[in-house]
Design a binder for this molecule. Structure first.
Ligand code: ATP
Length: 228
C-alpha cells in the first residue's frame, strides 16, 4: 500500500505563461480512494503523468511512501512504476495479435519467465473479470472485454497503487459500470490505493473522495468540505 504526498508541485510546458499544474499540498493515505474530475484541459492527465513519473515535474515533490519521484533517474522511475503502479488507460494499450491471457502476462514476460504462481494469478484475474475465453485474440473482443483485460493486467503484480485514466469513457453505461465495479473490488482485495480520473459521476461517488481541478489547481476537495 502506498500513500501519496505532493508539495509545491508545478508542471510547466515551454511556451505557456502559466503552469499547467500547481498544487501546494495534497495527501492521500495508503489504501485511500480518489476521483479526479475537472473540465477538458484542466490538468487531469498531466496530474496522472506527474504522479506516475511518466513526465518529469518542473518544481516541488511527489512522494509515494519514502520514494521521492524527482530524485529517481528516469530508468529508476520506470522500474518503480512497473513494480508499484497498475495503470489502466482509456485506450487500453493492449497488443493486437496476442490473446487476452498473453496480454495480461506480457509485462512480466518482458522481464522474466512466467512462474506458475504468476500464471495462476493471471487466470484468477481473468476469471474474476469475467473473461471466459482467455485464449481469444484481443482485437476480436468487445471494448468492455478489452478494458476488463486491461484491469486484470494492471492488477497482476499486486501493485500498491492502481491508477485509471477515464477507464469507462469509451464504454456504454453497462460495460462502464462493470469495469468500475471490478476496479473497486480488485483494488480493495489487495488494499491498493486507487486513483481514477473520471467524468462518470456514479463512479466518482463510489470512490468517496473527489477533487476537482480547474486550470491545474485543486478547486474543490470533498474531504476538506466534509471536514468543515
Ligand atoms: N506537452 C505539452 N506541451 C504543452 N502543453 C501541454 C502539454 N501537455 C499538456 N499540455 C496542456 O496542459 C493542459 C492540461 O492538459 P491535460 O491533458 O492534463 O488536461 P485534461 O484535464 O487531462 O484534459 P482532457 O479531459 O481533455 O483529457 C492543456 O491546456 C494542454 O494543452
Amino acid at each position: 500500500m502506498l500513500a501519496l504526498d505532493i508539495s509545491a508541485l508545478e508542471m510547466q510546458f515551454p511556451g505557456l505563461a502559466e503552469p499547467v499544474l500547481a498544487i501546494e499540498r495534497f495527501h492521500l493515505p495508503a489504501g485511500g480512494r480518489l476521483a479526479i474530475t475537472g473540465a477538458s484541459g484542466s490538468g487531469k492527465s498531466t496530474f496522472v503523468n506527474a504522479i506516475t513519473g511518466l513526465e518529469t515535474i518542473t518544481r516541488g515533490n511527489i512522494r509515494w511512501n519514502d520514494h521521492e519521484m524527482a530524485r529517481l533517474s528516469s530508468g529508476k522511475r520506470d522500474a518503480f512504476r512497473a513494480r508499484n503502479i497498475g495503470l489502466v488507460m482509456q485506450d487500453f494499450h493492449l497488443f493486437p495479435g496476442l490473446s487476452a491471457f498473453e496480454n495480461v502476462v506480457l509485462p512480466i514476460r518482458l522481464s522474466h519467465r512466467l512462474t506458475s504462481a504468476e500464471r495462476d494469478r493471471a487466470s484468477y484475474l481473468l476469471a474474476a473479470t469475467g473473461i471466459v475465453r482467455s485464449s481469444q485474440r484481443i482485437e476480436t473482443m468487445s471494448r468492455g472485454e478489452m478494458q476488463r483485460v486491461a484491469v486484470a493486467r494492471a492488477l497482476l503484480q499486486r501493485p500498491g497503487v492502481v491508477i485509471a485514466d477515464e477507464p469507462t469513457a469509451s464504454l456504454d453505461r453497462q460495460a462502464g459500470g462493470e469495469v468500475a465495479e471490478l476496479l473497486l473490488k480488485l483494488a480493495a482485495e489487495e488494499g491498493a490505493t486507487l486513483i481514477v480520473v473520471t467524468h462518470d459521476d456514479a463512479l466518482a461517488e463510489r470512490l468517496g473522495r473527489r477533487i476537482k481541478l480547474t486550470s491545474g489547481r485543486i478547486e474543490e476537495d470533498s474531504r476538506e468540505v466534509a471536514a468543515q
